[in-house]
Write a protein that binds this ligand. Structure first.
Ligand code: FES
Length: 107
């Protein structure tokens, strides 16, 4: 056994079960724990991309995880441009993917 693989009852931190919560992403029911970020909730539910790039529509999700890159933006409860890695999910949150077309350039 390594230091990383200790039984829960031997864990000196004594982690307790967190309150459960539910949210939706793109209409899909998700279950998580109080204290999780939106990104943590999405990843824990098997969703690893939740935005597409303006050019070519490529999938994006978590990149830096610390609020710097803005790759993880989503819409939460109709609020756009929320960084999923920075926002703690609340019970009942409605999370939606976000895709923005680039403005057309006129010459
Ligand atoms: S992953 Fe970079 S800002 Fe959220």
């Amino acid at each position: 056994m390594t230091a990383r693989l200790i039984r829960a009852e031997d864990d000196p931190i004594e982690r307790r079960a967190a309150a459960r919560l539910t949210a939706t992403f793109d209409g899909k029911h998700l279950e998580g724990e109080a204290g999780q970020t939106v990104a943590g909730l999405l990843l824990a539910n098997g969703i690893d991309s939740w935005r597409t790039t303006s050019v070519n529509g490529r999938p994006r999700g978590l990149f830096c995880g610390i609020g710097v890159c803005f790759d993880c933006i989503v819409t939460v409860n109709d609020e756009r441009d929320v960084r999923a890695c920075q926002r703690r999910v609340q019970d009942g949150d409605v999370v939606c993917p976000q895709h923005d077309e680039l403005p057309e350039v006129k010459h």
